[in-house]
Design a protein around this ligand. Structure first.
Ligand SMILES: Cc1ncc(COP(=O)(O)O)c(C=O)c1O
Length: 463
């Protein structure tokens, strides 16, 4: 290594792309393909719903990073709040102390979250929030006198994170690389009105999924089950919106069997679904709620678990015991300042309401795309919409993960200037500040991309 790294930080766009290719570990094989085609995406700045790469090309961000940038890109006021806090104090030990913005943020979150979710445990990302929630649930069960309640019921198709415990809860958890997983995790079906596991239409199918969880608790033995975890509306499982009765029944089932209910709002939270928290659509509250992403709109790594008073009370009763779990960066002051400013913006600009209205608007436009032979379904809540892409609309047959058709669709859409995720679902989840005109452009780009990709794969569609 040389004496100075100055030369490696001041680089021309092409050199930056080359460096990125050599030194940054990017998740997807798509990155390598883009490199081969000379089309890497190294972004330099953003504004609202638009991202600009190092060459100055503009892209509409159709997925808010990864359902993260709810307040939009380029919010100078969040940067300024962070700089101000960093200049005052950035970090104190989270084991014994806290800081002014952390206290303020905890207050605001206690106020915003439904019901009595008033105790806030801070951490840095969604996986950490899920790990923390699971550990809190297990410790509380033990402190209540049930040390053998260690099992967690999670749902097929869910995504809860990449760390070991969170990955173990996740539906598609890559057994071939990482098994065996955390002991005691059991997966159950989750609501899906497009392809119902039980051949029951609408709400009846949702309720069957709730009853299935009760059967699973009984089969495992309630005295061994610590918690049930689920995303209010799971994006990884395809943005299926269940009936409120699903979550209400699950609440009753958990209460009946002494099982804690964890709702994972990591994607759903902070206006994404048209309310501050998705749970509000369902008229109930969990015992623990995880949150991340939109908490800071991605301006800083910030996450949290909100715990109900009723559940936390055990720590008040057993004063000699503390939570056996700590993360160095939980409640870091600059991250808390970023989150606070982000939440202030959300409130001032009524972003959850905007999400509800724009979500309705774009969903109605997306429904027009059902005329395409490969669009099987359109669904969503607020600005969290998805189009299910199928090979055969009659049979609902999928193309299959990584199929060339889906790759072609992704490539065409990207080349037109829209960024999103194209797997079985094309996600439409832009920043909540998106304009109707930008939404129209996104729908048009998806429409044109479908037409082009369908022409390329004509012989395979509907077969
Ligand atoms: C519902 C849900 N929970 C947890 C996580 C994990 O969050 P992170 O990637 O910040 O660790 C994710 C990430 O996408 C998520 O969607």
């Amino acid at each position: 290594m040389g004496d100075s790294f100055a030369g490696t930080v001041t680089r021309a766009p092409q050199e930056l792309e080359k460096d990125a290719l050599e030194h940054v570990w990017i998740h997807t094989t798509e990155w390598v393909r883009l490199a081969e085609e000379g089309g890497l995406r190294v972004f330099e700045r953003g504004e609202g719903s638009t991202l600009y790469d190092v060459h100055g090309n503009a892209y509409l961000d159709g997925i808010s990073g990864l359902w993260v940038v709810n307040a939009g890109h380029g919010r100078r006021e969040i940067g300024e709040a962070m700089a101000e806090q960093a200049a005052k104090v950035a970090y104190v030990s989270s084991a014994s102390y806290t800081t002014v913005p952390s206290v303020q943020l905890a207050n605001v979150l206690a106020e915003l979250t439904p019901g009595d979710l008033n105790r806030i445990f801070f951490c840095s990302g969604g996986s950490e929030a899920v790990e923390s929630a699971v550990k809190i649930a297990k410790q509380i069960q033990s402190m209540r006198g049930f040390p053998r309640r260690y099992k967690i019921i999670a749902r097929r198709g869910s995504y809860h994170g990449a760390t070991y415990g969170a990955m173990s809860l996740t539906g598609d958890r890559k057994e071939e690389y990482f098994g065996p997983f955390m002991y005691g995790v059991h997966h159950v079906p989750s609501p899906n009105r497009y392809r119902n596991d039980f051949n029951l239409e609408g709400e009846a199918g949702d309720l069957m999924c709730a009853d299935y969880i009760e059967q699973e608790i009984l089969a495992q033995g309630p005295e061994s089950v610590a918690a049930v975890i689920g995303e209010p509306v799971s994006t990884s499982n395809g943005v299926h919106v269940p009936s409120p009765k699903y979550w209400q029944r699950l609440r009753e089932i958990c209460d009946k069997h002494g099982v804690l209910l964890i709702m994972d709002e990591v994607i759903n939270g902070f206006g994404r679904t048209g309310k501050m928290f998705c749970t509000e659509h369902f008229g109930m509250q969990p015992d623990l709620m995880t949150m991340a992403k939109g908490l800071s709109s991605g301006y800083a790594p910030a996450a949290a678990v909100a715990v109900s008073e009723k559940v936390y009370d055990i720590f008040k009763e057993q004063k000699d015991k503390s939570l056996a779990h700590l993360l160095t960066f939980g409640g870091q002051a600059v991250a808390a300042a970023a989150a606070l400013k982000n939440l202030e913006i959300m409130q001032d600009e009524s972003l959850p309401k905007q999400s509800a209205e724009k979500g309705e608007y774009v969903k109605s436009k997306l429904e027009g795309l059902l005329e395409h032979p490969t669009v099987g379904d359109v669904r969503g809540l607020g600005l969290m919409c998805g189009l299910e892409i199928v090979k055969n609309k009659e049979s609902k047959e999928r193309w299959g993960k990584g199929h060339d058709y889906l790759k072609a669709l992704d490539r065409i859409l990207n080349a037109k200037g829209m960024i999103t995720r194209v797997w079985d679902i094309i996600h439409v989840a832009p920043p909540l500040v998106v304009t109707n005109e930008e939404l129209d452009r996104m729908v048009q780009m998806i429409d044109e991309s479908l037409t082009e990709a369908e022409a390329q794969f004509q012989g395979e569609i509907g077969t």
